[in-house]
Design a protein around this ligand. Structure first.
Ligand code: ADP
Ligand code: GLC
Length: 488
């Protein structure tokens, strides 16, 4: 089949800049598409944290000092191309220090709308200068959600984009990019303000993600369950109505896993590598070494629980506030936590460590190699999310033989199956209700399972045999792109 031309725009991409799973997906999906022979061109902003010397960056000659006018702001960018390690796919970077040289990827600064509206225009400007008309414009989350509208309006005159169809992927509906309506003249919409959602403007705001939902040809999200959930009041964060209006154009495609990066058989971050055939021994040794690294004693016969996460309300950690100390006090377990975020969760894990110095370790920070070692060392991996569009860590856990303990929501519901010791079927421990008692039950199951090495072995192997590779999940995007490109 003929290769497709796909423009892929995202605010973060691993390994260049990452705050969460969006970066993993925005890195792996374009690479998969490139490997299939498609002409895929990913774009992201060049944040100051990205080391210009690290990735063979080159300035693109025809993308030098390109001006974009947004309201009263005349800003210009220079395009760079770089390559991720181990890949020959060129990634395009929008270099505009005035906007992207800040202390973090996302800011609460007064010009946050401008940072991403500008980026969105810059992607179009790059395509124009490349003389490249993508068949598919794949945009992600609120940061690039204005692009489907820009294609119809600001760039509607340009034949280059006449055949372009847009896909908006919602990775997290809780972040919508809502700004005061006063910023509208700075969005570069010329005469087309009337196409913005008028009720919002009357209420004094403009909502980037909602605009994307209204104008993208197709809206996807990152699991089938989340696609249904966000069309309800409980999960839609106010966008359930517009999503329901789009009806059949809202689809769920579960994220893939980049097993090139996340596979215990060849993970360079692990002191000891292992596969399904030697999982028990491999994990035992990784656990010993991790506990030593973190200053915890090795406790024979005690399960190790792991957490690697942004510490936000989404992740549901308040459910652990009582059951977790209870379990540690009962003497049954150890836990290693890696993450940063809201103070209340950080405080909880910090206090847990103080109260149980031989059983709990909280590493406050962002540490990619440690994340890999926790997956390898832990026996169970905790994700009690309040909501979870997809979640990647539970899929990494499955591959690492770390049994995921998840709440049945969003992508967690679609990727982890409750283990039944009688039939030996299932891949994890799944609980339904957002209540401490449900977590008590799940932790109890884990401790009991751990006493049964045969059941543990079966459960681990079941998980390791699961396949959430991009080779599978990526095909679903290809099919969607082809339908769109064919005018479907
Ligand atoms: P979300 O995108 O909501 O944060 P995901 O499960 O989709 O959740 O993806 C989270 C990604 O971020 C995973 O790759 C995970 O390993 C990584 N991650 C989160 N917090 C940390 C941390 N403190 N250190 C290292 N990696 C982290
Ligand atoms: C978001 C979601 C997470 C998802 C990730 C990648 O950050 O919170 O569930 O896995 O995006 O799609």
């Amino acid at each position: 089949m003929a290769p497709l031309a796909i423009c892929f725009a995202a605010a973060e991409m691993a390994p260049f800049a990452k705050t969460g799973g969006l970066a993993d997906v925005a890195s792996a999906l374009p690479r998969y598409l490139h490997d299939q022979g498609h002409d895929v061109r990913p774009f992201m902003p060049l944040y100051s944290r990205i080391d210009l010397d690290a990735y063979d960056f080159v300035q693109v000659d025809f993308l030098r000092d390109v001006a974009v006018d947004l309201g009263g702001h005349r800003l210009s960018f220079t395009g760079y191309a770089g390559r991720a390690p181990g890949s020959d796919l060129a990634v395009y970077f929008i270099h505009c220090p005035a906007l992207y040289h800040r202390r973090s990827i996302y800011t609460g600064d007064a010009d946050e709308h401008l940072r991403f509206a500008f980026f969105s225009h810059a992607v179009f400007a790059c395509c124009q200068r490349m003389g490249w008309g993508p068949q598919v414009l794949h945009v992600n989350d609120w940061h690039t959600a204005l692009m489907p509208l820009y294609r119809r309006t600001t760039y509607g005159w340009d034949q280059l984009f006449a055949g372009s169809r847009s896909v908006l992927t919602i990775h997290n509906i809780a972040y919508q990019g809502i700004f005061p309506a006063a910023v509208v003249p700075e969005l570069g919409l010329a005469q087309d303000h009337h196409l913005l959602y008028q009720d919002d403007l009357r209420a004094g705001v403009v909502n980037f993600l909602k605009t994307g939902i209204l104008y993208a040809d197709v809206v996807t999200t990152v699991s089938e369950t989340y696609a249904k959930e966000i069309q309800t009041e409980a999960f839609g964060c106010g966008l359930e109505g517009v999503l329901r209006q789009r009806g059949g154009s809202v689809l769920g495609i579960v994220n893939g896993v980049d097993y090139g990066t996340w596979d215990p058989r060849n993970d360079p971050h692990l002191p000891v590598r292992y596969g399904p055939e030697d999982v028990a021994e491999g994990k035992r040794r990784n656990k010993e070494l991790l506990l030593a690294e973190l200053g915890l004693p090795v406790a024979e016969g005690t399960p190790l629980f792991g957490i690697v996460s942004r510490l936000t309300a989404q992740k549901g950690f308040e459910l652990l506030f009582e059951p977790l100390p209870e379990m540690l006090a009962a003497g049954d377990a150890q836990i290693v936590v890696l993450g940063t975020g809201e103070a209340s969760y950080e405080r909880f894990f910090h206090q847990l460590q103080q109260r149980f110095p031989a059983k709990a370790c909280y590493y406050r920070g962002y540490n990619e190699p440690l994340a890999h070692r926790i997956e390898a060392a832990s026996d169970f991996f905790l994700m009690p999310s309040r909501f979870e569009p997809c979640g990647l860590n539970q899929m990494y856990s499955l591959k690492y033989g770390s049994v995921p303990i998840v709440r049945k929501t969003g992508g967690l519901a679609d990727t982890v199956r409750l283990f039944d010791p009688r039939t030996g079927d299932g891949t994890g421990i799944v609980f339904e209700h957002f209540e401490p008692d449900a977590v008590r039950w799940a932790l109890g199951c884990a401790v009991e399972l751990y006493r049964d090495p045969q059941a543990m072995d079966r459960l681990r192997r079941n998980g390791m045999a699961e396949d959430f590779s991009w080779q599978r999940q990526g095909k679903l995007y290809e099919r969607l792109y082809r339908l769109l490109a064919a005018g479907g």
